[in-house]
Design a protein around this ligand. Structure first.
Ligand code: UD1
Length: 339
């Protein structure tokens, strides 16, 4: 069965391609290489023994999307990762984010209409919940006003899909709301490749440990949490990738309860920034140079998933721990710097 993975050379996309190929799916990747490298294909091939079909394609160019779907009219499912994801950048350049994340989604959905099998998995985010009033966060928690254009594109994306599902009963979709994906493939053949100074916690930790950054700044030590730092639900990217295969199989086998469903992808366990650092230190065996400084604007205090729905309805749960994720992230950092 042929599955299209947009953004399939990115961090989460590449790990998902590996899991799809391990399950025997034929994968077609499109990626514009704006935040990824074509070498990722070699990593995927080394892990799975199969080189996926790859086309460099920019989904912003509607004509190219049309020609692509004409050529590949036998696609059985689409997993849509292609999007920009830097919160700060989205605040400075909102129109770029609306073009990259919304126009492209619309073009893909328009072309999917001609497929016999219209199954669509959407990369959403726990950012849609903002600071939830109740923890852990269930899928019934209200969607809050977005804090950034990036967050808004995830909310609008879900709305666009919901509206599409209402008028097209042949179209089936699952939106997956990720908590904080971290780590790398244990083979160290694929992982995260942040460009410039990382904004996310774990790449900043590993770059500090390897000596590229002098010190990690912990943003905020005065939050109303157990140790004063923010709480997040860090999920190993391999667990996250496997959830996409399970969600796709649900749609392909027609087991979905409605044609638009959404699930939280998290571990259900919240960890503070200091606990995340401790976990890293335990796999590294050394003390990390860090300093607690003022808060970063836009950060929510605490966010972790209620996993009952995803465990019971989707039938998926995480297997890997925070230490496993830190260990894989550290191995990956060492590998890419020693190249
Ligand atoms: C961020 C985005 C979120 C996006 C997600 C995945 C913001 C406000 N949110 O989530 O919308 O879906 O990335 O790309 O950017 N931290 C430090 N020092 C650092 C970096 C981070 O203390 O140098 C802290 C943060 O304050 C936060 C935690 O580590 O408490 C996790 O931060 P990060 O990895 O950036 O993820 P989120 O902010 O949760």
């Amino acid at each position: 069965m042929k599955i299209l993975v947009t953004g399939g050379l990115g961090f989460i996309g590449s790990h998902t391609v590996v899991e799809l190929q391990n399950e025997g799916y034929e994968v077609v990747i499109i990626d514009n290489l704006s935040n990824s490298s074509v070498e990722v294909l070699d990593g995927i091939t080394a892990i799975t023994g199969t080189k996926p079909y790859f086309e460099k394609l920019d989904l912003k160019i509607k004509g190219d999307v049309q020609s692509f779907f004409k050529k590949h009219n036998d696609i059985a499912g689409v997993i849509h990762f292609a999007a920009s994801k830097a919160v700060g950048e989205s605040v400075n350049n909102p129109l770029m984010y609306y073009e990259n994340n919304i126009n492209t989604l619309v073009y893909v959905l328009q072309e999917m209409k001609q497929l016999n099998s219209q199954n669509f998995i959407f990369s959403s985010s726990c950012t849609v919940y903002g600071q939830a009033d109740e923890l852990p966060i269930t899928e019934n928690a209200p969607v809050k006003l977005a804090e950034s254009p990036y967050g808004n594109t995830k909310q609008i994306g879900e709305e666009i899909i919901k509206d599409t599902c209402k008028v097209n009963k042949n179209f089936n979709s699952i939106a997956l709301r990720y908590f904080n994906p971290i780590g790398a493939h244990p083979s160290t053949k694929i992982g995260e490749l942040p460009i410039g100074v990382p904004q996310n916690l774990v790449p900043f930790i590993t770059q500090t440990a390897i000596g590229m950054r002098e010190q990690l700044l912990v943003f905020g030590g005065d939050y109303p949490t157990r140790d004063g730092t923010c709480i997040r639900d860090y999920i190993h990217v391999v667990d996250l990738a496997k959830a996409h295969v399970v969600a796709l199989q649900r749609l392909l086998s027609g087991k979905n309860n409605s044609n638009f469903e959404f699930f939280n992808l998290g571990t259900g366990k919240g960890s503070s920034v200091l606990e995340a650092i401790k976990s890293f230190e335990s796999v590294w065996g050394k003390k990390l140079n860090y300093k607690v400084v003022g808060r970063r604007s836009g950060d929510v205090i605490s966010a972790y998933a209620d996993t009952n729905k995803v465990n019971n309805v989707l039938g998926w749960k995480t297997k890997l721990t925070l230490d496993d994720a830190m260990e894989s992230a550290w191995k990956w950092e060492q590998k890419i710097r020693n190249k």
